[in-house]
Design a protein around this ligand. Structure first.
Ligand SMILES: Nc1ncnc2c1ncn2[C@@H]1O[C@H](COP(=O)(O)OP(=O)(O)O)[C@@H](O)[C@H]1O
Ligand SMILES: [Mg+2]
Length: 300
């Protein structure tokens, strides 16, 4: 039996509930802890964590479910647990890396993973040439911090693309530009990785007249089996990002699967209800194995 801390700001959220129940089913003690309410004590030689006025002790594992709006503090909380020698199913550095779209694409592509051709302009004067490098319009303009598809725009012409980049830049929002993978036809694949396996995968199809296949944008999901090449790519991507648990999104292009993003805190609702696979159970099992193998950073 393990003593598990489930870091989540929403005890009622589907993913939190599903993980909570799976942990209980497998005989563990589990507690939902709001990382927003955690205090960190930084003191020579004795890293500590306080929650609701008391010191948290005796934990064997932490399962972080950190939302995009609180990545930095969430990562600091996870780091504190790491320093306390507690196993965590998502490492703090891996979370930070995955949350940065640009960094993620830089690391993946440099390590030979196929990604949509992507550019970032250091100065507005470079835009026309860079759009040319992408093969011209249409191009996708993406905010680095986009989630749920809000902040992803399809620019039909070169001049629209430039205007959109200028507008975002003026608002202090850095963006990247990407070739538009038209043949994906508004669909992408979400592959759910747990440990060294793809435990479930689904195809998400955007609504009519929409190119973004986010479920939050009204897309529909169906079970989809990965090709061998897709599976290999997905597992490599998760490994490069140092993630044991990951939602890897790929676009099916003419030149094969392209990794679009790697999600460090993938939602369970869409994929569990679509595939009927007990993903939360697989995550808890992976945590059990992780704790058994875990040697900690150092012994205090
Ligand atoms: N380069 C692209 N070509 C075609 N479709 C894309 C491209 N980039 C994103 N999309 C579509 O837009 C959706 C949202 O983009 P994504 O990068 O995942 O942003 P977010 O993090 O906000 O979900 C994707 O799921 C995909 O359907
Ligand atoms: Mg996405």
């Amino acid at each position: 039996m393990l003593n598990i801390a489930l870091l989540s700001r929403g005890p009622g959220l589907y993913s939190t509930q599903s993980l909570f129940r799976a942990a209980r089913r497998r005989g563990h003690y589990v507690r939902v802890i709001d990382h927003g309410q955690i205090s960190l004590i930084i003191e020579q030689g004795i890293p500590q964590v306080f929650y609701e006025g008391t010191k948290l002790v005796g934990m064997d594992a932490v399962i972080p479910r950190i939302g995009a709006s609180v990545t930095d503090y969430g990562a600091a909380v996870i780091r504190q647990f790491e320093l306390m020698d507690i196993y965590t199913s998502t490492r703090s550095e891996a979370l930070i890396m995955a949350r940065d779209k640009l960094k993620c694409l830089q690391i993946l592509s440099a390590n030979g993973i196929a990604v949509p051709l992507t550019v970032m302009a250091g100065m507005p004067e470079a835009l026309p040439r860079l759009i040319g490098y992408l093969g011209g319009a249409p191009v996708v303009v993406k905010m680095l911090e986009s989630t749920h598809g809000v902040g992803v725009v399809l620019a039909e012409t070169k001049s629209t693309a430039i205007s959109i980049v200028e507008a975002f830049t003026k608002l202090g929002q850095p963006v990247l530009l990407q070739e538009f993978i038209e043949e994906a036809a508004g669909a992408d694949i979400r592959a759910f990785v747990v440990g060294k396996r793809v435990v479930a995968s689904m195809l998400r199809q955007a609504q009519e007249g929409e190119f973004r296949s986010n479920l939050h944008r009204g897309a529909t999901a169906s079970i989809e089996t990965l090709t061998t090449e897709e599976e290999k790519t997905v597992l490599q991507a998760a490994r490069l990002m140092n993630l044991e648990i990951a939602g890897v999104d790929i676009l099916r292009s003419k030149r094969g699967p392209l990794v679009m993003e790697v999600n460090a805190s993938p939602g369970l609702e869409g994929i569990e209800t679509t595939t009927k696979i007990d993903i939360a159970g697989a995550i808890i099992e992976n945590v059990e194995n992780g704790v058994n193998k875990y040697e900690g950073r150092r012994k205090w």
